[in-house]
Design a protein around this ligand. Structure first.
Ligand SMILES: Nc1nc2c(ncn2[C@@H]2O[C@H](COP(=O)(O)OP(=O)(O)OP(=O)(O)O)[C@@H](O)[C@H]2O)c(=O)[nH]1
Ligand SMILES: [Mg+2]
Length: 347
């Protein structure tokens, strides 16, 4: 038993090392990404928020600005399914020197599509609430997940941008980021970046994988041979692994592509955003795994990030000895049981 555990730990250490030696593109090695007076990427910080999250958001913005954005001044777009209050606008604008824009989400991006049986959807919510499935009883959470899956990149305030960083009220950044991650992904042809990956609550997605399998049969021409679908598979089933989408740095044009839009429509028709509780994180991650090669997805090891209850904190001594971080590297979700990042290193 002990030798088995010892073997597992050794394997994890070696595979992590190998990943960093042979596959990882290190932004720290590209001095041009640290320059401030060069033209910015066509990029935006996207914040979906409710008015009542104002103070949580201000805390996050203060930290996000201090750790990164005050050096680069990328604009913010705030989105809401209700009008933002004047207080929200004034007190968020005041947290940054960057431009801030405020958008209302149109009803059709935040409502039931015509084919959904709302009585059936309400019955499911009741059942899931009784079973205490996280957010299972919430209607607005479902609209939010569907919006983040299929619409945020099509909002009129987002249309003109190519890259985005998704930011949520209540998250924390624990290391300085002194370079421009947008120019980094642009330069290296990276489509998507993550910091934390983990396992989905299976009760929220009972038929998601069957729907994906059908899609892959019907639209096999969209799937490149060097895909990484193995990251999300366990035999013939979904293993639950997904990138935690409350943090995303990515290329908006991936979500706007014909293949992704077809995929989203296919899922939307199946109704699982409402008849189950499909999250935008597994939806995004399965699409990325189906349509991309591994080199197009980047693990942002140097971005220390906390969305309660999990955090990614880089374990390399340099980050801590240089005074750039304030997180505890021993509290790093990457190597814990529920994380899929150790699987990412070996696929
Ligand atoms: N405007 C608006 N934003 C919402 C609504 N529900 C959630 N959001 C936003 O959507 C994002 C995800 O919602 P969260 O409540 O953080 O969901 P979560 O990350 O799965 O769960 P916790 O953070 O653990 O509560 C956050 O940016 C929220 O501010 C809503 O009804 N209206
Ligand atoms: Mg959250």
């Amino acid at each position: 038993m002990y030798s088995y555990i010892f073997f597992q730990i050794q394997f994890a250490i070696i595979s992590r090392q190998r990943f960093f030696e042979s596959q990882y593109i290190d932004p720290m090695k590209d001095a041009s990404l640290f320059l401030k007076n060069v033209s910015r990427a066509n990029a935006v910080i996207i914040v979906l928020s409710r008015n009542k999250e104002l103070y949580k958001l201000r805390e996050t913005m203060r930290n996000f600005e201090d750790r990164w954005n005050k050096k680069f001044n990328y604009p913010y777009v705030f989105l809401n399914d209700e009008e933002f209050t004047q207080e929200f606008k004034t007190l968020t604008k005041q947290m940054t020197n960057s431009e801030t824009y405020y958008g209302l989400i149109p009803k059709e991006m935040w409502d039931y599509p015509s084919w959904i049986n709302q009585t059936k959807a309400a019955d499911v919510r009741k059942e899931m609430r009784e079973k205490k499935i996280i957010y299972g009883g919430s209607e607005s959470y479902r609209h939010m997940c569907r919006f983040n899956s299929g619409f945020f990149f099509r909002h009129e305030l987002i249309q003109k941008y190519d890259y985005y960083w998704r930011l949520e009220p209540g998250v924390d950044f624990m290391c300085d980021v002194d370079y421009d991650p947008f120019r980094f992904i642009q330069k290296n042809n990276i489509t998507y970046g993550f910091t934390i990956s983990l396992l989905e609550v299976q009760a929220t997605i009972p038929t998601l994988w069957d729907t994906v399998v059908k899609f892959m049969k019907d639209y096999s021409h969209y799937i490149p041979p060097k895909n990484i679908i193995r990251f999300v598979k366990n035999g013939a089933n979904f293993n639950g692994c997904h990138f935690w989408s409350n943090f995303e740095i990515g290329d908006l044009n991936f979500w706007r592509s014909e293949r992704y839009l077809k995929f989203f429509d296919y899922l939307d028709q199946a109704g699982g955003f409402y008849y189950e509780r499909w999250g935008d994180a597994p939806v995004h991650s399965i699409a990325l795994a189906m349509f991309l090669e591994k080199s197009q997805i980047h693990f942002f090891n140097d971005i220390a990030y906390m969305h309660p209850p999990f955090q990614h904190c880089p374990i390399e001594a340099w980050f801590h000895e240089s005074g750039k971080c304030h997180c505890d590297p021993h509290k790093n979700f990457d190597s814990e049981g529920g994380s899929c990042t150790k699987d990412w290193f070996v696929i």
